[in-house]
Design a protein around this ligand. Structure first.
Ligand code: BEZ
Length: 378
């Protein structure tokens, strides 16, 4: 069966050139959190995706995954088996995404991951029908470790939600930080999405490290940064993190976040024509400023459009579509990037400093960083 191609002006032009009449709409399954600590992240991803997609010719099917891994297999099967979607876009939480990747691999459903960094998705679970428009958890952790070592810190502690995203971010941080001459003296974890940080903050105060690396995101990150400040630690012990710590949450964090340094594949103040055009269009359409999650949603649509353009909208040409998606060079608001053989962005990581309501780009932590894709056999 072939499908109407309706993602972009360029894609529409390609479709018009096709001699095959395009009829059925493309069925896109959005599996994202609409509730819980990551709800705003899911919303930004959807807004970014829709910004790139012309509505006509696309039929959406939506599932709120609640960032709950225990419901993930049932939820993704609603899209695969009940709705019989052509492509799934999701999700935010690594634990949920791992179940989605297994189901996508088993059923050969096309999956584009617009956030969740679980290393295994482009590691042991890698597959021709799975790509990511975001990062692997290792990547921003590693970039932040490089930044910390370069700043001359020697003794670090890490603190995170104790699931794949936190563990793998801290591992990436430790790898780069210790290669650069530092030592991680202690890892502190708490269950996702717990936000009772007090006992762990007391432990940090007792250990007196040179620096603390944190992985939190969304509403949990907002509370953590405020609690860290309220405990008096911001004045004595620099807090750093992969940029999820401060992205999309600066309004809630207010003065507590000022001056925090993070590393991420997106930043405010990039000031490239591509980013400026994206930000203007996003702000006009949605009446809010975009963040990294919006960029990743937008790029998920760009990657899909690249595949559809290559096959002139004929979704039945799966191999050609998948191959074009994986080979495309993505003209992203974050800067141009490509996908690795495992399907993960090979991209630059920026150093960002919180100034006012922005994560301002102040330098580059590392350029064109690939994920090691450990365990990927394809
Ligand atoms: C994750 O679970 O992979 C994740 C969630 C929020 C921000 C970044 C990563």
């Amino acid at each position: 069966m072939s499908f109407r191609l309706a993602l972009t002006a360029a894609a529409l032009a390609a479709a018009a050139l096709s001699s095959h009449a395009q009829t059925a709409p493309l069925k896109v399954g959005l599996m994202l959190p609409a509730t819980g600590t990551f709800a705003a992240l899911g919303d930004a991803i959807e807004k970014g995706f829709r910004l790139y997609v012309a509505e006509q010719g696309v039929q959406y099917f939506k599932v709120d995954d609640e960032s709950d891994p225990s419901k993930a297999t049932d939820n993704v099967n609603k899209l695969i088996k009940r709705d019989q979607v052509d492509v799934i876009v999701g999700t935010v939480h690594s634990g949920v995404a791992l179940a989605m990747a297994r189901a996508a691999k088993e059923s050969n459903t096309l999956l584009i991951v617009p956030n969740a960094g679980a290393d295994a998705i482009t590691g042991p679970l890698c597959a021709p029908n799975i790509v990511r428009s975001s990062f692997s958890n290792w990547q921003p952790g590693y970039a932040t470790g490089l930044m910390a070592a370069q700043k001359g810190y020697k003794r670090a502690m890490t603190i995170y939600w104790n699931y794949a995203a936190g563990q793998e971010s801290a591992k990436g941080f430790t790898e780069a930080f210790e290669k650069g001459g530092g030592k991680v003296i202690k890892d502190l974890g708490l269950p996702f999405p717990n936000v009772e940080f007090q006992a762990l903050l007391t432990e940090i105060a007792a250990q007196k490290p040179d620096v603390v690396f944190a992985f939190f995101a969304g509403a949990g990150a907002a509370k953590f940064v405020k609690d860290y400040d309220a405990a008096g630690l911001r004045k004595t012990t620099p807090l750093i993190g992969s940029g999820f710590l401060t992205d999309g949450v600066l309004d809630a964090q207010g003065a507590s976040a000022q001056g925090l340094l993070t590393a991420l594949h997106y930043a405010d103040g990039l000031n490239s024509p591509r980013d400026t055009a994206f930000r203007t269009k996003f702000a006009v359409t949605n009446k809010i400023q975009p963040d990294v999650y919006a960029v990743q949603g937008y790029d998920a649509a760009q990657i899909l459009a690249a595949g559809l353009t290559a096959v002139k909208g004929d979704f039945s040409k799966r191999d050609a579509l998948l191959s074009a998606m994986r080979k495309t060079s993505i003209d992203s608001p974050r800067g141009r990037y490509t996908l690795s053989a495992a399907g993960n962005p090979v991209q630059d990581f920026y150093i960002r400093e919180v100034k006012g309501r922005e994560n301002v780009m102040t330098g580059i932590a590392v350029k064109v960083l690939p994920d090691p894709a450990r365990g990927c056999r394809m």
